[in-house]
Design a protein around this ligand. Structure first.
Ligand code: GDG
Length: 469
């Protein structure tokens, strides 16, 4: 089997790939690398001087897997990561053109860094390697490799939504970006809707053709596919169960004094619908006085991208909303919203999910949303909690046992909270079983293996050099 080379903006540390320390995704991708041997390449997460950046990559060996990381200079970080990736691509791809800030210099920086990274990788490549590139930071990566004559099979998986053409057209370099995507051999999306949006763009705006999953545009041929990312439900259930008896979790249980628990966990991001969620919980307490003092919402929201202005604003908004709502409904021994702005160990999150009666997952737009799946996997089958899920999360396509909400509808979400809190055991179990069946079918291993099988199945791009011109 040919070697696998994974390229992602951030590379997991070897520790994060080992079970409970890291996220499921790191473990899943590492599993594939271990099987075929290979390289995981990307940014280390460090901002360094230009001289140091140019010395990389730093190599770390773990069995058959090499972790290869580079630092970024301050200018590259600002333009490629903070700027074009997170202040332009992220909002537009999440249908938030109102929050997007386009800066031509940052866009040029984004392309320059992609090309610089590609040239760093070339030195580590072998002719038969298959290359799997992840996410929106790296759209032009294959184009840079192709221009340097690399003919290996290269696949791309987009973890976030692909916006409909009417939204994408707002992004000034939309055509260059889609053209860059066409330099991959396989482009994978989270849902059918995302794939369809890409096909629509190809047909309506790129004079291309789409036949089934075969795309021809900009003089190139590629295939697309839908690969729903999942979790390893077993691993999560074990973590959740083991954590139940640990002190921190017992302390939380005790502090709830028999109150019902609603759990939410999200990176602090405007796409996750946190303000709308707080308002729905407020509406619920307003309409249902009998629940005041009897239910607590724990919102864990570790900060991310805090040097992007819109992220500073969302943080301020949320602090204000949590304070306002708590001011309205708190008692001497009761705080309705516990808003925790920090990162917790994974096992702790899974155990808290298991202790709770509701998993409230209400993004305004989300590629998939793994928290929704983790919540279900962590439940006790004999007495499962209820997933209340936004219809705009990719996960809504499979988690059909969830109570579905439109997160913009504050009253509707508030009603769903009430319904979930009083749902009879038999219905909770039946919904849990429906969700678990989907989780088992589309687990993380299936996602990874299906993508890699498709990528290994395409013909090597003998004419890659020619096609890139
Ligand atoms: C992108 C797409 C897509 C969160 N807080 C803590 C913590 N987490 C973990 C969760 C979960 C992960 O981070 C978040 O994954 P999501 O899928 O919910 O969301 P994004 O970060 O936006 O991910 C998304 C995903 O890529 C995969 O393709 O589903 O749509 O936006 O695993 O549990 N983990 C720990 N402490 C925390 O405080 N340990």
């Amino acid at each position: 089997m040919s070697r696998l080379v994974v390229v992602s903006n951030r590379v997991a540390t070897p520790t994060e790939t080992k079970g409970s320390a890291g996220g499921g995704l790191a473990v899943g991708v590492f599993g594939a690398l271990k099987d075929s041997g290979g390289v995981w390449f990307g940014w280390s997460g460090d901002v360094v001087t230009e001289t140091v950046a140019n010395q990389g990559p730093k190599l770390e060996q773990d069995g058959a897997v090499t972790f290869a990381t580079v630092g970024l200079s301050k200018k590259d970080y600002d333009q490629y990561y903070r700027g074009f990736s997170n202040a332009e691509l992220w909002p537009v791809f999440h249908y938030r053109n109102d929050l997007a800030v386009y800066d031509r210099e940052e866009y040029h920086g984004y392309r320059r860094v992609n090309s610089w990274l590609a040239h760093k990788l070339i030195k580590l490549l072998q002719p038969d390697d298959i290359i799997w590139v992840h996410d929106y930071h790296l759209i032009p990566f294959a184009e840079a490799l192709r221009s340097a004559g690399i003919a290996n099979r290269i696949g791309f998986f987009l973890h976030i939504p692909f916006p409909s053409p009417q939204i994408l057209l707002n992004l000034p370099p939309h055509e260059e970006l889609v053209k860059s995507l066409c330099c991959y051999d396989v482009v994978g999306f989270q849902t059918e809707g995302d794939e369809l949006a890409f096909h629509d763009y190809i047909q309506q705006h790129a004079h291309g053709t789409v036949t089934g999953n075969q795309v021809e545009a900009f003089g190139r041929k590629l295939q697309t596919g839908v690969y729903r990312i999942g979790v390893f439900p077993h691993e999560i259930a074990e973590q959740a169960e083991r954590g139940e008896a640990r002190q921190d979790v017992m302390d939380l249980k005790q502090s709830l004094e028999g109150r019902k628990l609603i759990m939410s966990v999200d990176r602090l991001d405007y796409s996750k619908g946190l303000v709308e969620r707080f308002k729905a919980f407020e509406q619920f307490l307003e309409k249902s006085p009998e629940w005041r003092g009897n239910v607590t919402l724990v919102q864990i929201a570790p900060p991310t991208r805090s040097d992007v202005e819109t992220y500073q604003q969302i943080r301020q908004n949320l602090e204000y909303e949590a304070g306002r709502i708590n001011g309205r409904f708190s008692g001497l021994d009761y705080t309705p919203i516990r808003y925790l702005n920090q990162r917790y160990d994974r096992w702790k999150l899974m155990s808290l999910f298991r202790e709770s009666q509701i998993g409230l997952v209400t993004p305004l737009r989300d590629g998939m949303n793994l928290v929704a799946k983790e919540y279900v996997a962590a439940q006790n089958p004999d007495d499962p909690g209820v997933l209340v899920l936004s219809q705009f999360a990719g996960a809504a396509g499979e988690m059909t046992g969830a109570v579905m909400v439109n997160p913009h509808d504050v009253v509707g979400t508030s009603d769903a909270i009430g319904r979930a809190l009083t749902m009879p055991l038999a219905e909770r179990q039946q919904r849990y079983q429906t969700n678990m069946a989907a989780l088992r079918k589309f687990d993380l291993g299936a996602w990874r293996d299906r993508f890699l099988t498709d990528l290994r199945g395409v013909r090597k791009s003998d004419d890659a050099q020619k096609r890139a011109k």
